[in-house]
Design a protein around this ligand. Structure first.
Ligand code: ME8
Length: 529
C-alpha cells in the first residue's frame, strides 16, 4: 500500500542526517531550509512529496561526546535529537520523516541491507591501517592532512592512527559501473564543480573501504561477526531507505515504496559518501539509484567553515527567537548562490530583509490596498471591458514570471527565484509612482486608476505565491489581505491553489473583498551594540 496516488508525480527530498554531538547550528539549518523549500515547491505543484531528515546517532564521535558529558549515549542522543526536532518546528520545516539511526526500524533495514551486500560477495575481512578523523568519521590520506596531522575540515583536531582488522566493502569492483553512471546521467551530481571533483577522485582509482569497527560498542553489531559494529556511514546512509517505508509497514527493503529518492541535498563535505560510496552500495544490494545529489557550499564565519567541532557557530535558536523563521529562510536562500560558500553577517541580514520584504514587497501591497479601500469599495477592481492596458510590457513580465521562477526552483537556483520576483516587485513600485493612481482618481479617471490598482495587487499576489515555499508565513498574510482564505502552511494544493492558475498572471478575481491593510512584514532591528 502506498500513500501516494499513481496520477501524482512522486518527489522525495532528503537532508543529511545530522550528528548529535551537539545541538544544531545554522549550517545544519541551511540544508534543512533548502530541502523544505524544494519540498514546498513540489507540494505547490501538486506532487506527492516526502521530505526526509533525521539524526545520525551511532559511532565513535557520539560515544565519546556522551562519555565526556557523563551520560549514556542513548540519553545523550535523545536529548539532542529532541533539540533538532524543536528547531525544525521553529524554522517552519514541514518534515514527513525524522529518522533516528538508533530506532529498531532503522536497524532492521541496515541489517537486511548488509546481508544483501554480504550475499553479493562484496564484503571481506582485511587489515585497516590509516589516519582516522573522528569528527569526520573518515580515514584520511596522509597527503591531505595539515601539518601536525590535523584534519583540514577540523584544524583543531588531530587524526588518530588505526591498525586493526575490519570488514571491507568492495568499492573497487564498481569503478566502471560508477563511471558509466556519471556519463549516462550528467545531472546525477550537481553543481558542475562538484561533479568534476567526483570525476577526478574516481579517475584516480577507487579503493575498497572498511565498513566495520572493533572496540566500538555504540553501533549496530555486524550480523556475521558480533565483535564488530557497522561503520557509522554504512549505517547512516541507509536512513534514506528506512524513510522510504511507510511507518505502519514492516521495515523491509521490499516495503520501501518511496525509494528511490529524487534528490539528496548535502553539504560539499560529504559528497564522496553520497556520490561514490552510496551508489556503489546500492548497486551491490540491487536497489535503484537516487535521481540526483546536490552538494551545496559552506556557511562561513570570518571565512572559516562554521562547525560544531570548531566551535564558531551561530545559534539558530537565538536567531529565530530574535527575528522570525521567514527572515532566516529568505536571507540564506536569497543571499547565497546555492552551491557556493557564503558568509553570515547580521547587519547585512537585517538590511536585506528590510529592503526586500518590508519595503519593496510590504509597501507595494500596503500603498495600493489603502487606495483600493478608499476608492474601490474595498474590493479588487475589475479589469473587464475595453480599458487599454496602461503598460503592456510590465504586465508581460508578470505573465512569464511563474515559468522563470518555477525553473529556478527546479534548478535549486533559489537566489534567482528571489531576484526574479523582487525585480517585478520593484518594477511594480516604480509603476505606481509613474502612474500615480491617486492623481488618476482625483482627475476622475476611475478606469485608469483601477487598472493600475489591479495590476499592482496582482503583482503582489503573484510575488507572494511564488515566494511561498521560502516565506510561507509572509505569503499567507499577503494572500489573506488580498481576500483569499489560504494558509500556505496547510496546503491542499491541487484543490485550493492550482499551480497553473496561481503561478500565472490574472488569478486575482475582480470583486473579491480585500482585508484592511496591515504591515505584512515588520521591519527588523539590529540589537543594541
Ligand atoms: O556529516 N555550512 O553530519 P553533520 C553549510 N552525519 N552546511 C553545513 C555546515 C556549514 N558550515 N556545517 C554543516 C554528517 N552543514 C553525517 C551525515 S548523511 C547519511 C550523514 C550541513 O552533522 C551540510 O549539509 O556533520 C553538511 O553536509 C551536514 O550539515 C553535515 O552534518
Amino acid at each position: 500500500m502506498t500513500s501516494f496516488s499513481k496520477e501524482k508525480n512522486k518527489f522525495v527530498v532528503t537532508t543529511p542526517i545530522y550528528y548529535v554531538n551537539d545541538l544544531p547550528h545554522i549550517g545544519s539549518a541551511y540544508t534543512t531550509i533548502a530541502a523544505d523549500v524544494v519540498a514546498r515547491f513540489h507540494r505547490l505543484r501538486g506532487d506527492a512529496v516526502l521530505m526526509v531528515t533525521g539524526t545520525d546517532e551511532h559511532g565513535q564521535k557520539i560515544q565519546r561526546t556522551a562519555e565526556a558529558l557523563g551520560r549514556s549515549p542513548q540519553a545523550h542522543c535523545d536529548e539532542i535529537a529532541a533539540g533538532f526536532a524543536l528547531l525544525w518546528e521553529k524554522l517552519n520545516i514541514q518534515r514527513d520523516r525524522f529518522i533516528r539511526t538508533t530506532s529498531p526500524r532503522h536497524e532492521a533495514i541496515v541489517r537486511e541491507f548488509f546481508q544483501r551486500v554480504w550475499d553479493a560477495g562484496d564484503i571481506y575481512l582485511g587489515q585497516q591501517q590509516g589516519w582516522y578523523c573522528v569528527s569526520c568519521e573518515e580515514f584520511k590520506e596522509e597527503r591531505d592532512l595539515l601539518p601536525g596531522k590535523h584534519c583540514p575540515l577540523h584544524p583543531n583536531k588531530a587524526v588518530e592512527w588505526r591498525d586493526e582488522k575490519n570488514y571491507f566493502f568492495r568499492l573497487s569492483k564498481y569503478q566502471t559501473a560508477l563511471e558509466a553512471l556519471y556519463q549516462s546521467q550528467p545531472n546525477f551530481i550537481q553543481p558542475e564543480s562538484r561533479r568534476n571533483e567526483v570525476l577526478s577522485f574516481v579517475s584516480q582509482g577507487l579503493q575498497d573501504f572498511s565498513i566495520s569497527r572493533v572496540n566500538l560498542e555504540w553501533g549496530i553489531p555486524l550480523p556475521v561477526d558480533p565483535d564488530h559494529t557497522i561503520y557509522v556511514w554504512f549505517d547512516a546512509l541507509l536512513n534514506y531507505v528506512t524513510a522510504s517505508v511507510e511507518p505502519d509497514q514492516e521495515p523491509t527493503l521490499d516495503n520501501a515504496v518511496w525509494w528511490p529518492v529524487s534528490l539528496h541535498l548535502i553539504g560539499k563535505d560529504i559528497l564522496r559518501f553520497h556520490a561514490v560510496y552510496w551508489p556503489a552500495m546500492l548497486m551491490s544490494a540491487g536497489l535503484p539509484l537516487p535521481g540526483r545529489v546536490f552538494g551545496h557550499g559552506f556557511l562561513t564565519k570570518d571565512g572559516q567553515k562554521m562547525s560544531k567541532s570548531l566551535g564558531n557557530i551561530i545559534d539558530p535558536f537565538d536567531l529565530v527567537q530574535r527575528y522570525n523563521s521567514d527572515a532566516i529562510r529568505y536571507y540564506f536562500l536569497k543571499e547565497i548562490e546555492f552551491g557556493r560558500d557564503g558568509d553570515f553577517n547580521e547587519t547585512r541580514f537585517v538590511n536585506i530583509l528590510n529592503a526586500d520584504l518590508a519595503n519593496d514587497l510590504g509597501n507595494l501591497l500596503n500603498r495600493v490596498l489603502k487606495l483600493a479601500h478608499k476608492n474601490c469599495g474595498g474590493k479588487v477592481p475589475g479589469i473587464e471591458g475595453d480599458r487599454p492596458p496602461l503598460d503592456e510590457s510590465f504586465e508581460a513580465t508578470g505573465k512569464h514570471l511563474g515559468e522563470v521562477v518555477a525553473q529556478a526552483y527546479e534548478n535549486l537556483a533559489f537566489d534567482q527565484a528571489c531576484n526574479a520576483v523582487l525585480s517585478v516587485v520593484r518594477a511594480g513600485n516604480k509603476y505606481v509612482d509613474e502612474q500615480a493612481p491617486w492623481t488618476l482618481f482625483k482627475q476622475g479617471n476611475q478606469d485608469g486608476a483601477e487598472r493600475v490598482i489591479y495590476t499592482v495587487l496582482e503583482t503582489a499576489r503573484l510575488a507572494a505565491y511564488l515566494l511561498s515555499p521560502i516565506v510561507p508565513d509572509l505569503s499567507t498574510r499577503i494572500y489573506r489581505q488580498l481576500g483569499f482564505n489560504i494558509d500556505f502552511n496547510q496546503l491542499q494544493p491541487s484543490l485550493t491553489t492550482p499551480f497553473s492558475v496561481h503561478s500565472s498572471w490574472g488569478a486575482l478575481q475582480a470583486g473579491q473583498p480585500l482585508a484592511s491593510p496591515q504591515p505584512v512584514f515588520q521591519r527588523l532591528e539590529l540589537p543594541e551594540p
